[in-house]
Design a protein around this ligand. Structure first.
Ligand SMILES: Cc1cc2nc3c(=O)[nH]c(=O)nc-3n(C[C@H](O)[C@H](O)[C@H](O)COP(=O)(O)OP(=O)(O)OC[C@H]3O[C@@H](n4cnc5c(N)ncnc54)[C@H](O)[C@@H]3O)c2cc1C
Length: 379
């Protein structure tokens, strides 16, 4: 057991931290205001090989694995969770394609989300269902050598960028849920106005409409009948991204709490002199350290799993613990700020609105606890 980063991991962590501080931080007000990340930030991440860290270099990724990915995502999210969410969802789609795609699909689509001008989307949520994919109503009708897709998909990240979107829909002939690969902005593809999202600004959500979208019959990811398994594996990997993102947001909260405690004075001395504030600082430290090692470990487990499906239980546990702990830490940091923390002039107010997202995405906590217990009881 070694609790230390390799030289390569240290380098990736510092490149991500540096880029976040120098290129993203100066634009943060604009990103939050417009709920949009400028294209040059995405291009910059691609140039630095930070956009598709776990994807094989054969297809334009960095081939650096999930442990490095966790480190980079934490640093990006420490400055802007929205940027880290764009990266995370790109990697969910790209990872699903890396694992389940045919060679032809990988050659055609993966470079779009690694070095090219595209960004992956991954669409399962609908107005009627998020947590329960068995209720998916999107349809795929076989028509000779094609499928014709009709769907309304809700809250879809990266759907305004060009590139591939993996759409989960039911084959009306077989009843199977499959993942269908669609080129965004093809004929029949459109998106709604962006949702007015309270936090994680910069990664806007849209509803996606597919109206009689025609795709070749071979554009089923992993072949017919694999949809649920692909969803499970991709979501397990997606939870690594979400864990890292909310670890980064937690770190931002911790740092803001600490800075305020040492800067704000009462009777001429920093409020950090108060024992209550010292306990709050210790609580933030303990929670961040516990969450950090849980996040780093899940990256390590993913890198060492023969079958990525083996990390289902651990990635769900990490995701629940880290996203809920991020709320705890932000709450402590907010308390340290007194009323100032409620003012938008203070960064902690933004972090507070960000951390609340973690437990609602990539599997709500209740459902994931049921999944974890099911795996444990299976023995
Ligand atoms: C920032 C963000 C990005 C997103 N990006 C995407 C994306 O790119 N692609 C995509 O497809 N979706 C995306 N989503 C949607 C998100 O994944 C879903 O909202 C999420 O899966 C929860 O679904 P729901 O909102 O329909 O909640 P529901 O499934 O309706 O759940 C509501 C509540 O019911 C309870 N519940 C439901 N089922 C169970 C159960 N079986 N056992 C116990 N309790 C249960 C839970 O308490 C839950 O909190 C995104 C959402 C956000 C906020």
């Amino acid at each position: 057991m070694e609790f230390k980063l390799t030289k390569e991991q240290q380098l990736i962590q510092s490149v991500a931290r540096d880029y976040a501080e120098k290129a993203i931080a100066p634009l943060i007000e604009e990103i939050v205001e417009k709920n949009e990340v400028p294209d040059e930030i995405i291009d910059g991440l691609k140039d630095l090989d930070l956009f598709a860290l776990p994807i094989s270099d054969e297809y334009g990724g960095a081939g650096a694995g999930y442990a490095s990915y966790v480190l980079a995502e934490e640093q990006l999210s420490r400055i802007c969770p929205g940027v880290a969410v764009i990266v995370s969802v790109n990697n969910v789609g790209a990872a699903a394609m890396s694992i389940f795609g045919t060679e032809e699909q990988k050659k055609k689509y993966l470079p779009m989300g690694t070095t090219g001008s595209g960004v992956f989307s991954f669409a399962f949520t609908e107005p009627g269902t998020g947590s329960d994919p068995k209720q998916i109503t999107a349809t795929a009708d076989r028509d000779g050598d094609y499928y014709v897709l009709n769907a309304t998909k809700r809250f879809i990240t990266n759907s305004s960028y060009e590139g591939p979107i993996i759409v989960f829909a039911r084959d009306t002939e077989t009843g199977h849920i499959n993942g269908y690969i669609v080129d965004k902005f093809c004929e029949g593809y459109s998106i709604s106005e962006p949702w007015k999202k309270m936090g994680v600004r910069g990664a806007p959500l849209y509803d996606v409409y597919l109206k009689d979208v025609k795709i070749p019959k071979d554009n089923i990811l992993g072949g017919p009948g694999q949809g649920f398994w692909i969803l499970k594996v991709a979501m397990a990997l997606g939870k690594i991204g979400i864990s890292s993102i909310f670890l980064g947001a937690m770190l931002a909260a911790y740092e803001e709490g600490l800075t305020y405690a040492t800067a704000k004075t009462h009777r001429g001395a920093p409020i950090a002199k108060f024992q209550a504030i010292q306990m709050a600082i210790a609580d933030m430290f303990m929670k961040y350290e516990a969450a950090r090692w849980m996040a780093y470990r899940i990256g390590y487990l993913a890198d060492n799993a023969q079958d990525k499906g083996d990390i289902l239980k651990d990635s769900a546990a990490a995701k629940i613990f880290i996203t809920e702990t991020a709320i705890d830490v932000a709450r402590i940091a907010l308390n340290i700020h007194g009323s100032y923390g409620l003012m938008e002039d203070y960064k902690i107010s933004r972090v507070w609105k960000d951390v609340i997202f973690g437990s609602q995405v990539e599997g709500v906590s209740h459902l994931l606890k049921v999944l974890i217990a099911g795996e444990i009881l299976k023995g």
